[in-house]
Write a protein that binds this ligand. Structure first.
Ligand SMILES: [Zn+2]
Length: 284
């Protein structure tokens, strides 16, 4: 169970936090001031990859992208909070190098976990929806609160006990050889109004190379498209047949409409980090 506790950041985390602070102060301070006027709840703040390359993030980011982004989002939110803004910006890194470029049709399961950059055409858009990103709990005995991060398209993780009361409970049981008459540490409730939801939308992607092949294919093989998921400010803002550069993590997920966990088949799902208009020319 992932109960979140405030701890000192490790050395790498401190290095990441410092790098982001420098990037925002040196490269984006005027943009930050400008975006304070923005009244949207959530919006993407674009950061150029070339600025990360000049910092330790150049080597840390490809190996720990999630950690780098979480800490970066923490830094940018601090910048907004110190300027008295309640807006929740999210970092969208754009302008990735050639080393991230990949062909959509070449992706296989071996690429799972990689962050790659693709030329894409949007071939389908699903209805926007939401998901429970983080659930919040409270102990009715000691009033400790904690949260549990959920995973998209997985069974909801539930908390079953308060770790503070559990500590006391097990110590007392050990001391009395299990004879203590104290209630188990399970008197907890979910704080429904504190749960965090995120807007998402499933979309489908194809690519110019696959489209061209399909157009000239005398055998009329089907045109493949790949499932992808977008979040926050991208939801509801894309159009069919739009040409975009997609920077996304390759992930594997259950087949859509199969809710039993034992099915071993998986589909490739692109978890989109950022979207840029148009194609990267150098791929042609
Ligand atoms: Zn408790």
């Amino acid at each position: 169970m992932s109960q979140i506790k405030a701890t000192e950041p490790d050395i790498e985390a401190q290095e990441i936090l410092n790098a982001w602070r420098l990037i925002f102060e040196e490269k984006y301070s005027s943009e930050l001031d400008y975006f304070l006027l923005c009244e949207e709840d959530v919006f993407g703040f674009e950061v150029q990859w070339e600025y990360l390359k000049q910092t330790p993030l150049h080597s840390i980011f490809p190996n720990s992208p999630t950690k780098c982004l979480e800490l970066g989002n923490q830094v940018i939110r601090e910048q907004f909070q110190t300027r008295d803004s309640r807006t929740r910006p999210v970092i969208r890194i754009v302008g990735f190098d050639e080393e991230f470029s990949y062909q959509l049709g070449d992706v296989r399961t071996r690429d799972r976990g990689r962050l790659l950059s693709f030329n894409c055409i949007i071939s389908n858009l699903d209805t926007p929806m939401g998901w429970l990103k983080k659930s919040e709990y409270i102990c009715n005995d000691c009033e400790t609160t904690w949260s549990i991060r959920q995973s998209l398209a997985r069974e909801r993780e539930r908390s079953i006990h308060c770790s503070v009361c559990a500590d006391t409970y097990y110590k007392e049981m050990k001391r009395t050889d299990g004879k203590a008459k104290i209630p188990p540490p399970t008197n907890i409730s979910m704080i429904v109004e504190a749960n965090v939801y995120e807007d998402i939308q499933y979309i489908e992607l194809t690519c110019p190379i696959m489209l061209k092949k399909h157009t000239h294919d005398k055998n009329r093989n089907p045109l493949f498209s790949y499932l992808a998921v977008i979040n926050d400010e991208y939801v509801g803002h894309l159009s069919l047949n739009q040409e975009v550069t997609v920077n996304a993590w390759v992930e594997l997920d259950h087949l859509p409409n199969r809710d039993f966990a034992m099915d071993t088949r998986r589909v490739l799902v692109f978890k989109i980090h950022s979207i840029e208009p148009g194609f990267k020319n150098r791929l042609f």
